[in-house]
Structure formats: C-alpha cells, structure tokens
Design a protein around this ligand. Sequence first.
Ligand code: ADP
Ligand code: NI
Length: 213
Amino acid sequence: MPALLEQVENLVKAKFTDMEGSHDWFHIDRVRKNALLIQQTEGGDALVIELAALLHDYSDHKYNGGDFDKGYHEVLDLLTQLQCPAPIALKVAQIVQVVSYKGAGVADQATILEGKIVRDADRLDAIGAVGIARAFSYGGSKHRALYNPAISPTLHQSKEAYAQDKGHTINHFYEKLLLLKDRMETSTAKQIAAQRHTYMETFLAQFMQEWNP
Ligand code: ADP
Ligand code: NI
C-alpha cells in the first residue's frame, strides 16, 4: 500500500473508532470497498477514489456543528500536510464537498467521475440491510422514535431544513433512503441498488403490517 493511503487510513481509523454504528470506521471501509468495486467497471483514478472514500465523512456537517464547507478545507489541509500532490488533494477535497445528501428537493452537485463513484458508493451503504441497520442506529443515537404515524415525511427543499429535521426513523426512508436508487449515477451502482431497494420495500411492508395488525 502506498505510504499516503496507509497514513490516511490510520488517521481515519483512529478518528472513527468510537463513532456510533451508522458512521463508524466500518462504514468508511464499506464505502471504500463499494467505490473500488464500482471503479473496476466504471474506471476513474483509483487513488483519488480511495482517498475520497476514506475522507468523505472526515468533517461531516452532522458532527462538526453544522458546517457544510469545513470538510473541503480540513481534507485539503490534511492531504497537503501529508505531501499529497496538489492536483490529487484538490480533486479529493472537491469530491468530499459534494458527497453528502442534502434533501429530497435539493439537486446533487455536478462532479467528476471519481466523485460520482464515491457518492454512489456512500449511498449504496445507506440502503439495503446495512442501510436499515444504520438508519435505526443513527435514530437511536438521537433518541428518535422508530415510527410515529402522526408525523408524515417532508421532502426537504434546502440542506438546512434537511439537517434540522428531527423526525422518526421510518420517515427517513421516505425522505432519503427510498429516493437513492434513482439518484445513482453509475450503471454499476444502479444495478446493485435495485436489489437493495426492493429489500427495503419488503422491510417497510412487514414493519407496517406488524404495527397495524
Ligand atoms: P450523507 O452521508 O449523504 O451526508 P445523511 O446525512 O443523510 O447522508 O446520513 C447518512 C446516514 O445516517 C443515513 O443514510 C442514515 O443511515 C443515517 N441518518 C441520517 N439522518 C438520519 C435520520 N434523520 N434518521 C435516521 N437515520 C439517519
Ligand atoms: Ni458516509
């Protein structure tokens, strides 16, 4: 493994060790694996993809006090300190800035192929069986209800409204998780997403059936 990747991996592992299950080191590692899998068919610079996957949640707005731009600067500073060549560091920082989902009514920012691959890889980890587990882990960490039939989903029109929402976890499926299949940009991720999407629909149908027997 090249020295740069190894250093970044060790830093990220240390930073994410004590995170709650939806955003811990294993999430980062699954995103990296998903991204490198997509890269095998879609192409793109594997070093940029792996660095961006490792660093995509390095300064997440959910955990840094709500700053959407901090990730770009922190990642650029970190890679510069580690003597990463400037063109690579810039690409990685730009990708990190556009990965995050910002609401049902907020379009994804345009990005290079490597950015599409990392964004798709992060979103694959938000759906399917792992996606369901992550959603309830995050919801639990925020003391959210599993479900509350009195509170309907909101299709947020701004990143601020999305970030401030405190609804129950079943709503998150309608506000994000079920929308991700149609937001995938690479055909490889679209194929993987189809089966994971169906699995979530089956889960939701059974959940509702058990809630309202
Ligand atoms: P991104 O990684 O694109 O910034 P989010 O901020 O929406 O996306 O969150 C990443 C993951 O954290 C989600 O896929 C989900 O598992 C969990 N999560 C975030 N917000 C919620 C929420 N309101 N309810 C349940 N899970 C959530
Ligand atoms: Ni992520």
